[in-house]
Write a protein that binds this ligand. Structure first.
Ligand SMILES: [Zn+2]
Length: 252
């Protein structure tokens, strides 16, 4: 590729990359993915995300706490997670992923606990003026209501409705388009409607592969022809504008 692109959300520290992590990273770099943002989801991956960001100058870390964990998490565990983020806040480019997941959690008790934990994470992002990376599956509007007042918010792997997408953008925030856009009609509709100035790109590797098997940051290039076709904008400009957006919102 003659242009560079950023993968704004991946999990290169996950075990799926244990056998070929460095090869995977170099493959991405070679094809033009010049920077990657690796997001922690729990105490263990927060540590490994930090380690990755120290080993590679072009990999940045965000530290978070997945909403999948909060229904079961004790107050003490939540306190420890927040303290770890706070202790390392100078070494990270953002906080998250954190948020809500109403797809996997149906009960009011579970959802209320997610909200309770999320509010504490939001407060931390606010206090340190860090961008917040939100996982808001099937609760995007609720998440926006809770975090919309922050300076910088990124809805990672956005899959909500178009109206909420517009509200996010109107509030000055960002949506991140995953490689799902290569095969999901709903994500194609989002990519078509979302203004490029508020768009980031991500793979969410190792998940959501546009090819068979494991996803990896190099495959972000699969999204470019799709988004280019959907928006009628050249691939080069999609790569460049989303790259600039990512650099600006995360202060890379
Ligand atoms: Zn993720």
């Amino acid at each position: 590729m003659d242009h560079q692109v950023i993968d704004s959300h991946c999990h290169l520290d996950f075990p799926k990359f244990n056998k070929d992590r460095d090869d995977t990273i170099q493959r991405a770099r070679k094809i033009g993915v010049d920077q990657m943002i690796n997001s922690g989801v729990d105490p263990k991956t927060n540590i490994s995300s930090l380690e990755l960001s120290q080993r590679y100058e072009y990999i940045h870390a965000t530290l978070g706490f997945s909403p999948h964990l909060s229904p079961e998490a004790t107050d003490e565990r939540v306190r420890q997670m927040l303290a770890f983020i706070e202790d390392n806040v100078a070494r990270i480019v953002g906080i998250g992923e954190a948020g809500l997941d109403y797809h996997y959690f149906n009960s009011n008790a579970e959802r209320n606990r997610q909200i309770e934990v999320f509010k504490q994470v939001i407060e931390l992002a606010d206090r340190y003026n860090k961008p917040l990376v939100i996982h808001g599956r099937e609760a995007e509007d609720v998440a926006l209501g809770l975090a919309g007042h922050l300076d910088k918010v990124i809805f990672h792997c956005y899959g909500g409705d178009l109206q909420t997408m517009r509200n996010i953008v109107d509030a000055g925030h960002f949506i991140s388009i995953p490689t799902l856009v290569c095969f999901s009609e709903h994500h194609q509709e989002i990519a078509k409607e979302a203004p490029l100035e508020h768009m980031l790109l991500e793979t969410d590797s190792p998940y959501l592969s546009p090819r068979k098997g494991r996803n990896e940051p190099a495959f972000i290039t699969d999204s470019l022809p799709w988004i280019s076709y959907l928006k009628g904008i050249q691939e080069m400009d999609i790569a460049e504008v989303t790259r600039k957006n990512t650099i600006r919102v995360f202060g890379l």
